[in-house]
Design a protein around this ligand. Structure first.
Ligand SMILES: Nc1ncnc2c1ncn2[C@@H]1O[C@H](COP(=O)(O)OP(=O)(O)OP(=O)(O)O)[C@@H](O)[C@H]1O
Ligand code: SF4
Ligand SMILES: [Mg+2]
Length: 413
């Protein structure tokens, strides 16, 4: 299935230019599991990415979030062809990368770069900064010695470092400065697309905002398109135009950043949002966090039907419908503009869990849903659904001590 940009997707921030830069169609990246030393036998596969589709417009930032091991990095690495897809298509600026090899692939790769999570591990400690940033220019035969030196100075200045620091080595820099060096290296070839794989996760909180600000400034300056990977929704929601939430190798929800944060429609997204504190002590004191039970199942043996069914609070609230375990829910567009992979996403709209996760009063939620039918239709059912859900809170929803009596009122309502 292909995820098209929804009309709501443009709501939060207009893209710098129109047009699609990247399209990922039914991407699968499976890692074989083998047994035996002398004779290797293929006994299964880790389905790291298992049928993922989305499109990226030029100049936009798509946030990709999900728990550890859900396949975010593998998706990013497959896009820039560090991994070969098991199946599916990656179309970059109209060219299908899946079929490219050799020099044709190298030429396209110039236009796609990656920023890695760990600025310590991703820089060669034996090379000085100038050599690190110059390397992509040398590999692609761009410029002569003097031009490359000048380009390195220019890039250092662009990322906010002293151009005279080129002779220094990575260990002489702080974490934030090293990540700036990583960004300079990624910019060296004037790419169109940057896959930023958790670029701030390894940094101190005080430095994280600086790197985010730098990436936003560079996006405007160089018309960059970002796939911004993070495990924390609170990190991506400010920088992203749209957000795709991944669970066990699949995208389970895709919407504009504003809509996903204000009216999440997949039970997993609701649980992720419920873990992010709201900066209003009154609202915060009434919120309840949805604790997902158990670990993420193994991608080598994903659950039948909906992959989330083993941990889903909504399924429990709905009385464990059989469909959840027998039928794999496709990513389907809802009236609100979200794409959601849940058979019962309409039951999430304006539910007590959704309102608690977002910290919004009921009336604002209905208005904010702006979706018309889906949200409005289910609003009537939310009271019943809400109380039933809270009744199940001992199982799946943790309530802070100050929480209002379960089932009596939605927080902030
Ligand atoms: N080279 C590999 N060989 C075998 N399995 C792999 C390989 N790379 C990743 N995996 C597995 O694929 C799954 C997805 O891994 P991936 O690194 O993409 O997850 P992630 O969402 O980026 O997680 P994290 O937040 O921890 O970085 C995991 O189960 C992981 O163990
Ligand atoms: S399809 Fe069922 S198990 Fe899956 S998210 Fe929806 S309610 Fe939960
Ligand atoms: Mg990762």
């Amino acid at each position: 299935m292909t995820v098209e940009a929804s009309s709501a997707a443009t709501a939060s921030r207009p893209s710098a230019t129109d047009g699609e830069l990247l399209r990922v169609d039914e991407l699968k990246v499976w890692f074989p599991i083998t047994e035996g030393i002398v004779i290797e036998r293929h006994i299964g596969d880790v389905r790291a990415v298992d049928d993922v589709s989305f499109a990226l417009r030029r100049g936009e930032t798509l946030g990709l979030v999900g728990e550890s091991g859900c396949g975010k990095s593998t998706t990013g690495r497959a896009i820039i062809r560090l991994y070969r897809p098991t199946s599916g298509r990656i179309v970059f600026d109209g060219v299908d990368l899946s079929s490219l090899e050799g020099s044709a692939l190298r030429r396209m790769r110039r236009r796609m770069q990656m920023i890695f999570q760990d600025p310590y591990a991703s820089l060669n400690p034996r090379m000085n900064v100038s050599g690190i940033i110059r390397e992509p220019l040398e590999i692609h035969g761009i410029g002569n010695g003097a031009e490359r030196r000048e380009r390195v100075r220019e890039l250092l200045a662009t990322v906010g470092l002293n151009p005279d620091f080129g002779e220094r080595y990575p260990h002489e820099f702080s974490g934030g400065q090293r990540q700036r060096i990583g960004v300079a290296r990624a910019l060296a070839l004037n790419p169109d697309l940057i896959v930023a794989d958790e670029p701030i996760s390894a940094l101190d909180v005080s430095i994280q905002a600086q790197i985010i600000n730098l990436l936003e400034k560079l996006q405007g300056q160089f018309d960059l398109t970002y796939l911004f990977i993070a495990h924390d929704l609170s990190v991506v929601r400010h920088i992203s135009d749209r957000i795709a939430v991944m669970y066990l190798g699949r995208i389970v929800e895709l919407a504009s950043s504003r809509d996903l944060n204000s009216v999440p429609l997949h039970p997993y997204t609701v649980a992720l949002l419920s873990a992010i504190p709201v900066p209003d002590p009154v609202v915060e004191s009434r919120r309840r966090r949805i604790i997902l039970r158990g670990d993420v199942p193994s991608p080598a043996n994903p659950p039948s039907g909906c992959r989330f069914h083993t941990r889903c609070w909504l399924r429990e609230r709905l009385g464990n419908p059989e469909r959840c375990t027998t039928e794999d829910p496709p990513l389907r567009p809802l009236a609100s503009g979200h794409e959601v992979a849940c058979h019962f996403a309409e039951d999430v709209a304006d539910s007590i869990e959704q309102r608690q996760a977002t910290g919004r009063p009921a009336s604002a939620s209905r208005a904010g849903a702006g979706a018309g039918s889906a949200a409005a239709a289910s609003a009537g059912g939310s009271a019943a659904g809400g109380s039933a859900a809270v009744g199940g809170s001992a199982a799946g929803v943790s309530a802070p001590a100050q929480a209002s009596t379960p089932g009596t009122a939605a927080p902030g309502a």
